[in-house]
Design a protein around this ligand. Structure first.
Ligand code: HEM
Length: 429
């Protein structure tokens, strides 16, 4: 069962896939497009390309049919300006025709709070926001510490591990499973299942075969979560699923389709993003031994280091908005109905916002990365992700001080653009 649709939550709905020939023609108008998110060179190191784009054409009209914003000020503006929204159904129908909304996977996505505009967005977010308040996630610290310690206990005697599969992956998956009230015996399935969803990480525009696969994945998820809803109706707990099932039973607040779709969203959103915060952060540290030593000497820098990891190499590289009326971005007119891709990763390296932006500096002051988005869709799990990242990286450095990453200069990147992360990061001690 493929249960990782986290990839599908981001506004990738306009990007080409690497191996869907039907879309390659879109890249032909310029021999070397200013923005080609599926090129392996760009995936390996997007930052020189971002600098080129920001300098040459900061609000770039891509031949792919959307604008691409790469300056910090423009990205922050688009994310927060109420004249932009998601208009998910409108965007999909304009691009792919009416029939697209008959596809189960797109129908499900259309109910995600991430794809909704007010008032539905406000209602859906309001139902779950309490579980993610700073206070509630602070209270999760001891449990998060326990999970990290247990993860290291499993591997400590081996002397080596893959920092992604054996370490980074287990924490966010366990945490979101527990938050959703998924029975303990079923967590193991997700450790494996989620890593096999790679094909779905570059979902759009999907070929017919890819849509069929995505539909099958979406229906399998719905089936799994319907069984979970039944369980939590019979045996309610303190978890989010029990809370949402009760809200659904009270009628007006939440339809069954919305319930299912938003549990799928929460489940997916908590996965790969945080795994990659930990993975990309560790890679950045081991590529910059001076910063590693600094953090080892002064572990209290971990909070600021996490902000810097988020800025330096964000695990989410872009999100998007649609203009709900005619508007200007950085002096460029954007007509109603046009989409703007916001390059979060480029904004985070904008020299206008951060001096010497390509340098990793865990003591950098005033870091406010755009990695969690902004405006009304600001990441619900931001504080949770930060705490998971802090505890995971701090504990690893404390318990395995001699850990060495085998080959930090030759990183094995997953061939996805929006979700930026590593396939593997072998290390020994
Ligand atoms: C480092 C880890 C993470 C990163 C970089 C990240 C990034 C983001 C971004 C950029 C958005 C906004 C997208 C937009 O504006 O269109 C977002 C929204 C969201 N994130 Fe995260 N996320 C992370 C972890 C998590 C976790 C752990 C959860 C939950 C367990 C989560 C749940 C959500 C949800 C539900 C939304 C939609 C909020 C809304 O539409 O109001 N995220 N995330």
């Amino acid at each position: 069962m493929q249960l990782c649709l986290g990839c599908q939550i981001w506004d990738l709905t306009t990007l080409p896939t690497r191996d869907a020939p039907v879309n390659d023609t879109l890249l032909e108008p310029t021999p070397e497009p200013l923005f080609n998110p599926m090129s392996p060179e760009v995936i390996a190191d997007p930052y020189p390309y971002y600098h080129r784009l920001r300098e040459a054409d900061p609000v770039h009209r891509s031949p792919l049919g959307f604008f691409v914003a790469s300056r910090h000020a423009d990205v922050a503006h688009v994310l927060r300006d109420k004249r932009f929204g998601k208009d998910f159904v409108g965007r999909m129908v304009r691009r792919f025709g009416d029939k697209i909304m008959e596809e189960p996977v797109y129908r499900s996505m259309s109910h995600w709070m991430l794809q909704q505009d007010p008032p539905d967005h406000t209602r859906l977010r309001g139902l779950v926001v309490k579980a993610f308040t700073a206070r509630r996630v602070e209270d999760m610290r001891p449990r998060i510490q326990e999970i990290v310690d247990a993860t290291l206990d499993r591997v400590e005697a081996q002397g080596r591990m893959d920092l992604i599969a054996d370490f980074a992956f287990r924490l966010p998956v366990t945490v979101i499973c527990e938050m959703l009230g998924i029975p303990k015996g079923e967590h193991e399935m997700f450790f494996h299942g989620a890593r096999t969803g790679g094909r779905l990480l570059d979902p759009v525009p999907l070929s017919r075969a890819e849509i069929d696969e995505a539909n099958a994945g979406s229906l399998a998820q719905a089936e799994y979560f319907h069984a979970l809803f039944e369980l939590r109706r019979r045996q309610p707990g303190e978890d989010l699923t029990s809370q949402l099932v009760q809200a659904e039973e009270q009628g007006a607040k939440l339809s069954n389709e919305e319930l299912t779709a938003n549990i799928i969203l929460l489940f997916g959103a908590g996965h790969e993003t945080t795994v990659n915060l930990i993975g990309n952060g560790l890679l950045a540290l081991y590529r910059n031994p001076d910063q590693l030593q600094r953090l080892q000497r002064n572990p209290s820098l971990i909070g600021n280091a996490i902000e810097e990891f988020l800025r330096y190499d964000s695990s989410v590289q872009l999100t998007g908005r649609t203009a709900l009326e005619d508007v200007e971005v950085g002096g460029t007119p954007v007509a109603k109905g046009e989409s703007v891709l916001c390059l979060l990763g480029a904004a985070n390296r904008d020299p206008a916002a951060y001096p010497d932006p390509d340098r990793l500096d865990i003591t950098r002051p005033n870091i406010r990365p755009l990695s969690f988005g902004g405006g009304i869709h600001f990441c619900l799990g931001a504080q949770l992700a930060r705490i998971e990242g802090e505890i995971a990286i701090a504990t690893l450095l404390r318990r395995l001080p001699n850990l060495r990453v085998d080959d930090p200069e030759h990183a094995d990147w997953r061939q996805t653009f929006v979700l930026r992360g590593l396939n593997r990061l072998p290390a020994s001690w």
